[in-house]
Design a protein around this ligand. Structure first.
Ligand code: PMP
Length: 418
């Protein structure tokens, strides 16, 4: 039987991080002689049994190309692929599954919008408004577009806690603004941006908004209709699904007006050497054989998250962030970067003059996995006058004992440096 999504899911199970943790096989291993403490969830999350099993079953039994064959395996693969799209529609509370395009990830989704919507609507002297805390994936595609079109990039600044200065918004949004593109949650700081306010301000001037949800989708319960964003993008691998697959949500009326992104099989209605005609969304934007196993795995990740009490998950992650913040603040010489009142479970910090890479290496030797570097957010680092941070980021399977291990490992590392 193919991977099925239940039309009306059972009531969510009671959330217990200890029980959930046991469903992630990778978390049971030792690293450098220590039980693994995985605190690099903002880079990518580990995968639950459910996702591994769904992909394994697909690869063992249901491999065929989608949307093409009439044989049983192709029908099964197509049904599973489209069931994932429907599960995703429900997860995002989108109006129609036609509003969901499967792509490689957040990066490809933003490039797709820049190359289609952007090229169609942005011209010389027009403005694209970003925020000061964007990931490079939400900067560089717009710069490429600006170089081609003669458009200008403008930036909503932030304060020293890592909050956007919304009082600047009125001046920044003007009759030349063609799009606002910003992160829901900052990957380097953890700041949760006040999307409702920004979207309302943009829409009151007729400006559409693209939200980079890469760091939000595993943590926030989403309702794209209520949010009223025009585009919402994210990657599967940060929400307990596989890498190489992600989603572009776009309002149907916008997707329908957009020209194709890549040309090839599956996105056409007819082809001749004179001209080709194209499918309706979402297929117009899914040229070539897609990442079928990845989409099946992503559907299983959606089922996994949807089966949980998401409010309880959010409470657990907020408590964990709070506990970790208080624990790290007590370490002499440690400065937390990003102290906005509303944060996702991301904790960036610098420690005296210790280089973040050296620190991360010493933590790894004690089995604690964190990220160090600029986190693909060099302009964010620049705002804080630093080249890099060490970043601990939490997932639903982390516990306060993981935080205690981090703090102990930091203490041991400091002994080496002092
Ligand atoms: N935006 C944000 C906020 C991110 O954190 C990331 C991943 N670090 C991306 C975009 C890009 O995601 P991907 O590499 O999966 O395309």
């Amino acid at each position: 039987m193919s991977h099925l999504h239940l039309a009306s899911p059972p009531l969510p199970e009671k959330f217990d991080p200890g029980i959930i943790r046991a469903r992630f096989p990778a978390l049971a291993q030792h690293v450098n002689g220590y039980p693994l403490v995985y605190l690099d969830n903002a880079a990518t999350t580990q995968k639950p049994e459910r996702v591994i099993r769904a992909m394994d079953t697909h690869l063992r039994r249901d491999v065929a190309n989608v949307h093409r064959g009439v044989h049983a395996l192709s029908e099964r693969a197509t049904a599973a692929y489209e069931a994932s799209r429907e599960a995703m529609r429900d997860f995002l509370h989108a109006r129609s599954s036609r509003e969901l395009v499967f792509v490689r990830g957040a990066t490809e989704a933003i490039n797709l919008v820049a190359a289609t919507f952007g090229r169609q609507r942005v011209g010389r002297g027009d403005e694209i408004l970003l925020s000061a805390m964007e990931h490079h994936a939400n900067i560089v595609p717009w710069q490429l577009l600006a170089q081609q079109s003669g458009a200008v990039i403008r930036v909503i600044p932030m304060d020293d806690r890592g909050q956007l200065r919304l009082e600047e918004l009125d001046d920044l949004l003007n009759r030349r603004t063609r799009l606002v593109a910003l992160a829901h949650v900052s990957n380097a700081l953890g700041t949760v941006n006040p999307l409702e306010t920004i979207i309302e301000a943009a829409h009151s001037r007729g400006v559409p908004v693209l939200v980079d949800g890469a760091q939000a989708v595993a943590h926030e319960v989403l309702d794209v209709q209520r949010l009223d964003c025009d585009f919402y993008v994210f990657s599967g691998h940060k929400m307990y699904g596989p890498s190489g697959v992600g989603v572009l949500y776009g309002k149907l009326e916008l997707l329908e007006e957009m020209p194709p992104y890549q040309g090839g099989g599956d996105m056409i209605l007819s082809v001749s050497f004179q001209r080709s005609t194209y499918q309706e969304p979402p297929y117009r934007f899914e040229a070539g054989t897609p990442n079928i196993a990845g989409v099946v795995g992503l559907g299983a990740a959606v089922d996994f998250l949807s089966g949980l009490d998401r409010a309880a998950v959010a409470t657990h992650e907020a408590q964990l962030l709070d506990y970790a913040t208080r624990s790290l603040e007590s370490i002499p010489g440690l400065r937390i970067i990003g102290t906005a009142p509303r944060k996702g479970p991301v904790l960036s910090f610098v420690l005296d003059d210790v280089h973040p890479h050296d620190l991360a290496t010493l933590l790894d030797r004690q089995g604690v996995a964190v990220r160090s570097g600029h986190h693909c957010a060099q302009p964010t680092m620049e705002c804080f006058g630093i080249p890099a941070t060490t970043r601990a980021s939490f997932g639903l399977y982390n516990t306060t004992s993981d935080v205690d291990r981090l703090v102990a490992a930091l203490g041991n590392a400091l002994e080496v440096f002092r």
